[in-house]
Design a protein around this ligand. Structure first.
Ligand SMILES: C[S@@+](CC[C@H](N)C(=O)[O-])C[C@H]1O[C@@H](n2cnc3c(N)ncnc32)[C@H](O)[C@@H]1O
Length: 311
């Protein structure tokens, strides 16, 4: 199939994803984070018998995808929905493979929506621009304690309190750039010689709060078994330890539920639902990291379901 590129985002670990989902066998696949369609396209190209339902909560992503829809016809269905609402958004159950490539796309980063430190325009950060509070509103109006909680939960660590205080003192902010400059000048966060901008984790934490990324992930993981069947491969790419830990814990609980020690006399209310395919998370190769530095922190985890839940 020719390549209709629908955005600038470079998909991560494409071969590993195709392998993990066993997409060459064909079947019905669910891409929960369509983005710029790189993984969806790779799945569709892996087999003429592969069909994809692709979700994204960002309407712009779905619009970008129309070029792919034109190319693949009825083999691709695009749905504008957050993956937490999976069971309402998708009528099919019993997918052969399910993928979630978490976080944001390079397209979102470059669209001047406040995801980047350099953005002078809309300080928005909502993936779904039609719902919820913008980053500007949150940063300029939230109580200092609420800012602190968002930063702490988003991985800012011991600097969360001092950064929340600085934000409360220096606001209002008109742009992402203004906020990034204030954090940089305050010399908190990463060491000054580091190549990482000191506002990196702060922006990640704000994005997670504005988009309720942890809540979305928890609800999503709850819903996934309900659209799976025996043999469904479930692959997740995470970009930081907070989400990786949530995914790992859930996969382990799916694997270990029901396998109690022989001496266990308690009620067995849960049953094992699947097994982890790779003990260790799959990481991008050195070559991929060189070619696409944005892949550096990506980790791919894969589980195979062992039961039919979709009936
Ligand atoms: C890293 S990109 C995916 C890139 C994609 N795999 C590709 O190859 O182009 C993440 C995408 O997931 C979407 N997204 C993030 N959280 C979401 C959620 N809760 N529900 C649906 N889509 C979400 C974002 O809007 C973004 O487009």
């Amino acid at each position: 199939m020719s390549s209709a590129k629908v955005g600038i985002h470079v998909p991560i670990m494409v071969d590993e994803v195709i392998e993990s989902l066993q997409a060459r066998k064909g079947g019905m696949f669910l891409d929960c984070t369509f983005g710029s369609g790189g993984h969806t396209k790779a799945i569709l190209d892996a087999s003429p018998d592969a069909w994809v339902v692709a979700l994204d909560r960002d309407r712009r992503a779905i619009q970008r995808g129309e070029a792919l829809s034109a190319q693949y016809g009825e083999r691709l269905a695009l749905v504008h929905a957050p993956f937490a609402d999976l069971e309402h958004a998708v009528s099919f159950k019993g997918f052969d493979g399910i993928l979630a490539d978490l976080g944001m796309s390079t397209d979102q980063l470059k669209e001047g929506r406040g995801f980047s430190f350099a953005d002078e325009g809309a300080f928005d950060m909502r993936m779904d621009e039609g719902s919820g509070m913008s980053a500007q509103e949150f940063v300029n109006t939230a109580a200092e304690r609420e800012l602190y909680v968002a930063l702490a939960e988003g991985g800012v660590g011991q600097n969360a309190r001092v950064i929340a205080k600085i934000i409360a003192e220096k606001r209002p902010f008109q742009s992402a750039r203004e906020l990034a400059d204030v954090i940089k000048q305050a010399h908190v966060g990463k060491k000054s010689e580091s190549r990482v901008h000191p506002a990196t984790v702060v922006f990640q934490a704000l994005r997670m709060r504005i988009n309720d990324e942890i809540g979305q992930l928890e609800h999503f993981l709850h819903a996934v078994p309900n659209v799976s069947k025996k043999g469904t491969r479930f692959a997740v790419i995470t970009f930081h330890s907070i989400e990786d830990k949530i995914v790992t814990n859930r996969m382990r609980s799916w694997e270990s539920a029901g396998s109690y020690p022989a001496s266990w006399r308690g009620a067995r209310t849960e049953t094992r639902v699947g097994h982890v395919v790779n003990r260790k998370a799959i990481a991008p190769s050195d070559e991929e990291i060189e070619r696409n530095p944005a892949s550096r922190s990506a980790r791919l985890r894969v589980l195979e379901f062992e039961k039919d839940f979709s009936k």
